[in-house]
Design a protein around this ligand. Sequence first.
Ligand code: NAP
Length: 285
Amino acid sequence: MTAPVINGKQVSEEIRGNIRKEVESLAGKGFQPGLAVVLVGEDPASQVYVRNKEKACHDLGFYSEVHRLPASTTQGELLGLVDKLNRQSNIHGILVQLPLPGHIEEKAVIDAIAVEKDVDGFHPVNVGNLVIGDDSLLPCTPAGVIELIKRTGLEMSGKHAVVIGRSNIVGKPVSLLLQRENATVTMCHSRTANMKELTKQADILVVAIGRANFVDATYVKPGAVVIDVGMNRLDNGKLAGDVDFESVKEVSGPITPVPGGVGPMTITMLMQNTLIAAKRLQGLA
Ligand code: NAP
């Protein structure tokens, strides 16, 4: 039997509807959450991401500032802008679009963002709070992954989750959030031996490796929830996930497609983080 498809676009729209309502209600109190996005250089993919973030702000009623800086911007100039945004009272979330040009140290820039405005959840203090289980701004894509699993109705507690990929922005935080839901988590990466033996035990399989259609049906336990984080541009211009959707959907349980699965959740979780940050900074949380 073919598995149900997890519609990330629809879930994302539902969450955006709630965010919009809350922003309207804050507007009634004379308060508007604000997001600043900083783009350095002309990377085409980054330009698209930044435009989408600007559009989301506009659609949901947020105040938005986009700072488009030339690729020649120095680290000092960028840090100066971050410092200004940290102190700006109408800005509650700051996102510096990655990757940055090679002459700028990404870590120095992320570290400079005020922890309470770090809506990407990449600042070491937010990462540390995630590790120890304290309240923090959660990284957007991993938070979106957990939300999609929740929407399947699966009780994560006691389940075996396998995460393929251990990056700081996806795999590691996903594993921490799954543990927070009381799943038992196995991490796989490029040096994992006998990976299929592990993935075939998974009730929940999250794949974030950046290799088009890598995971086929032979990796998947019948009925498992499969979340595909991968976004790979094929030679024909089409977008493909890390999971071979057509083969896996014949054995898995609920599964995310690409596009239309995890992708739409990322900016939605960013907007949710900005709303949370704004309410906290305003003393409304
Ligand atoms: P990354 O930093 O390149 O990390 C890839 C991870 O996959 C590494 O841990 C690597 O292992 C592991 N890996 C690579 N090949 C493997 C293999 N054959 N078997 C097992 N593990 C393997 O990638 P990322 O930033 O996490 O992104 C992963 C994918 O998610 C990409 O397609 C990216 O475009 C996508 N993504 C999507 C969103 C979204 O909004 N939907 C957001 C972020 C990323 P090692 O650590 O051993 O090298």
